[in-house]
Design a protein around this ligand. Sequence first.
Ligand code: SAM
Length: 243
Amino acid sequence: MVGDQAVTGGAKLYGLGVGPGDPDLLTVKAVKLLAAVPVVAYPAPEGGASLARAIAAAHIPDGKTEIAIETPMVAGRFPADEVYDRYAAKIAGQLTAGRDVAVLCEGDPFLYGSFMYLYLRLADRFPTEVIPGVSSLGACAAVAGAPLVSRNQVLTVLPAPLAEDDLEARLNLAEAAAIMKVGRHLPKVRRVLDRLGRTNRAHYVERATMDEQRVLSMAEAPEDAPYFSMILVRSPEDVEPPS
Ligand SMILES: C[S@@+](CC[C@H](N)C(=O)[O-])C[C@H]1O[C@@H](n2cnc3c(N)ncnc32)[C@H](O)[C@@H]1O
């Protein structure tokens, strides 16, 4: 028993990380599962294409039942509970009918992944497994050639939508930091980095490992950033390469 409901046997729910963009960065386990499960679900903006599905497309054989988890895109707001209640019920219907369901998630499902809203609604009723994916943290560091942390340094992960003073206070304490969900918050992040004198130690990474990838120094970063962008701030204590 988990919570007040029995975990039923039979069909299984998978939260399947598809990695940061390059289809070659799906794990072997993810590819095997995509071949095996009869039902594939994925988040998609209302009326738009799903990034997670596009990343995994080459590994999704024909003939699957597909469920697009359509969420209204309202800037700065999380999708309503009602949306996840509705899709959790739909997925529960498939599981109850004995059909395994893989829910695709960009990057890793448990790093700011929307799969966790379904996990919270379904994992106590159905056998559930999370298949980790290559996260954007590792991907951005790799393409920027910027190691995240070394020795006993602390990595701080900060969502850019934080209030400016909060972001500044946390960044001021951080040795090394990854600032995620940059998008329209880029001007605010730039102001904070400038005030803290850390602009020259920051990398801007846009759509890492995707065809449209861009890696720039923070000083060269554009005025407008897409949602899929990240800023990596290196520690002043970093090991410098031998000169
Ligand atoms: C809702 S979070 C999802 C993170 C994802 N689950 C992961 O494991 O990377 C979305 C944020 O992740 C970052 N992100 C995800 N993929 C990225 C990529 N390919 N390049 C740069 N940033 C990315 C961006 O900061 C974006 O705003």
